[in-house]
Design a protein around this ligand. Structure first.
Ligand code: NIG
Ligand code: FE
Length: 411
């Protein structure tokens, strides 16, 4: 389908020669064109310009964007969108005073979701996950990463990744998959974490690589879960299978996982609610993207990632949802962008860069996603009429989205 967007109040994130990521002061710059048009052809961005120089074009379906902003769809580089059932009882338990860690120690948390997932058929898991994916697409997400990690057996981990792959085949959003077998030690390996690590680094890694089910590898490097030594062991084994790391680090404690990630060329290190000077130093001069998950901080009432400090240190930052049943039962990137501004003191320009171009980087999608660039996939959000783009995070509780275009089609 050919589409022509006309009278766009402001076309955001326009980059003729896009960098793969933006860092430091550059994060405060959001290039745009006012009073613009944009042409979509064969699912890609064909051309754009200002209305005063609109060429004669025929054979296109037109959309009048008067008063509206157009920007690239969100790139959500960290989710656990494939899961079975929900954990609202744990949410209520936390209201009554139990902590997230206490709930996990009592067999709730990740192990609770793993039990549910193991008992759920692949087709039901697909149906539940597809419903979530459709919801986040309507909320403007056009590229998404999905992790395993609620299976914790070879079969169940593979089931999760097959479901994610099936979503990728059936929906127009770009989907990257990550093997997170080392999310928690399952009950069957209680007091035998080494035995479980043998399984993760051996059979699981091998089968998942053989069937090409994952693009990336992940581990929950955290006190009470997996150590830095476990992390290094897994990343070393995964590198042999060609799997690049994207890892969970520094959610509750800084135990050295950031430096380990950088050492093994992690594409991203995610969470970072607790961050030391040494972690910031480790990230400097690396290709590793720090990823903040502010909806998780909001839901668990834990500290927000010090995004300002990271940006002020000249580093890049990406924003993602962490959509999962325990710590973040929301896949709404609009809320993430708003919360990054409200709680982490990012400017709207920084937050939009973090949720688009830098999110694309954190999924290895810089070539095709994250900016308005000729030849990139036509994944676009058309907002409702808004006074300025700063209104988007400001009006944090409103749905400012009018239309979402993915691969050139209005969904
Ligand atoms: O990213 N921190 C580890 N994993 C998930 C949450 C897991 C859960 O509670 O189900 C996260 O927050
Ligand atoms: Fe996560």
């Amino acid at each position: 389908m050919k589409l022509l967007l006309l009278n766009i109040k402001e076309l955001l994130q326009v980059r003729e020669h896009p960098p793969t990521k933006v860092a430091g002061k550059d994060m405060g710059i959001l290039p745009s064109l006012k009073n613009a048009w944009l042409l979509v052809q064969d699912g890609k961005i064909k051309d754009y310009g200002t209305m005063d120089a609109l060429p004669a074009l025929e054979g296109f379906k037109t959309i009048d964007c008067k008063g509206k902003m157009v920007l690239p769809t969100w790139c959500d580089s960290h989710t656990h969108l494939v899961y079975a059932g929900n954990r609202e009882q744990e949410f209520v338990d936390r209201i009554h005073g139990l902590s997230y860690q206490e709930i996990a120690e009592k067999g709730g948390g990740i192990l609770n979701s793993a039990k549910r997932l193991q008992e759920t058929s692949e087709s039901s898991l697909y149906t539940q996950s597809a419903q979530r994916l459709e919801e986040v697409m309507q909320l403007g997400t056009g590229a998404i990463e999905i992790k395993s990690g609620y299976g914790l057996t070879t079969d169940a981990e593979m089931k999760m990744l097959r479901v994610a792959k099936k979503l990728a085949a059936n929906y127009p959003v770009a989907i990257k998959t990550t093997f997170l077998g080392a999310h928690a030690v399952p009950a069957t390996f209680k007091d035998n974490k080494e035995g479980y690590m043998d399984l993760v680094c051996g059979e699981m890694l091998q089968k998942i690589s053989e069937e090409k089910l994952a693009d990336y590898v992940d581990i929950f490097c955290e006190e009470g879960y997996f150590t830095v030594a476990d992390t290094e062991r897994l990343l070393k084994a995964a590198a042999k299978q060609g799997l690049v790391p994207k890892i969970h680090v520094n959610q509750f404690n800084a135990i050295g996982g950031v430096a380990a990630g950088v050492k093994y060329h992690a594409l991203s290190v995610d969470h970072l609610e607790v961050l030391t000077e040494a972690d910031i130093e480790a990230l400097k001069n690396s290709d590793t993207m720090p990823v903040a998950l502010p909806s998780c901080s909001y839901f668990l009432s834990i500290p927000y990632t010090p995004g300002r400090e990271l940006i002020n240190a000249g580093l890049p930052l990406a924003l993602a949802t962490d959509y999962n049943p325990g710590s973040t039962p929301s896949g709404n990137m609009n809320f993430v962008v708003a919360t990054a501004c409200i709680k982490m003191k990012l400017t709207p320009e920084e937050a939009i860069n973090a949720a688009t171009i830098n999110g694309a980087y954190a999924m290895g999608l810089s070539e095709t996603h994250g900016s308005v660039t000729k030849g990139k996939i036509a994944n676009l959000i058309i907002t409702k009429p808004v006074p300025s783009y700063g209104f988007l995070p400001y009006a944090f509780g409103s749905n400012c989205i009018d239309k979402v275009i993915i691969k050139g089609k209005v969904i």
